[in-house]
Design a binder for this molecule. Structure first.
Ligand code: SF4
Ligand code: SF4
Length: 174
């Protein structure tokens, strides 16, 4: 298809296009000022988007009833992680019924792709992905989440209890 611009045609003038663009901007600006409900955007950070309950946001390491970390350092999450961003160092547990526990559990959140495989792989509900999604930080170290951050950050209000209870499992011999 060929387009022939007729000399002198109104479409070749810039001014009508510019003015209609400015009018459109002004129209939406006035509409948004007086009818905020129709605005397609949010005034972040005053207004925060609420995602659904299945949203996979920042990781949480759950805790037991005594407040200690639930993780048994089995390495299944780290093995399943496609981004290889979970690093765990295990130590022998003093509790005879639990073989190991992590002395270091770190997630490099800049490498994480938020796929949820770690959560799926964990047999004891020790790692979960929660509703938080803000990951802003001032330097590189703030993107490496350690046990203190994953299990005991202030937003978790003392820790999130695991659904898999050791006491119950030992009672039934499993
Ligand atoms: S969400 Fe995916 S990429 Fe992120 S730590 Fe878990 S398994 Fe790895
Ligand atoms: S978080 Fe779960 S899967 Fe990962 S090491 Fe701990 S117990 Fe194993």
């Amino acid at each position: 298809m060929s387009i022939v611009n007729k000399p002198g045609a109104i479409s070749t003038w810039y001014l009508p296009g510019i003015l209609s663009g400015l009018w459109l901007t002004l129209k939406y600006m006035i509409r948004n000022l007086f009818d905020k409900k129709k605005m397609p955007t949010l005034n972040y950070p005053e207004e925060v988007y609420q995602y659904g309950p299945r949203f996979k946001g920042n990781h949480i390491l759950t805790v037991k009833k005594d407040g200690s970390i639930r993780c048994t350092a089995c390495m299944l999450c780290a093995t399943n992680c496609p981004a290889q961003c979970i690093s765990i160092v295990a130590a022998e547990s003093a509790d005879q019924r639990v073989e190991k526990y992590p002395i270091k559990y770190e997630i490099d959140i800049l490498r994480c792709v938020f796929c949820g495989y770690c959560e799926e792989a964990c047999p004891v509900d020790a790692v979960r992905m929660g509703p938080e999604w803000q990951t802003a930080g001032l330097n590189g170290s703030s993107f490496s989440y350690d046990i203190q951050h994953l299990a005991y950050r202030p937003q978790l209000k003392g820790g999130i209890l695991s659904r898999v209870d050791d006491e119950e499992r030992h009672k039934f011999g499993i």
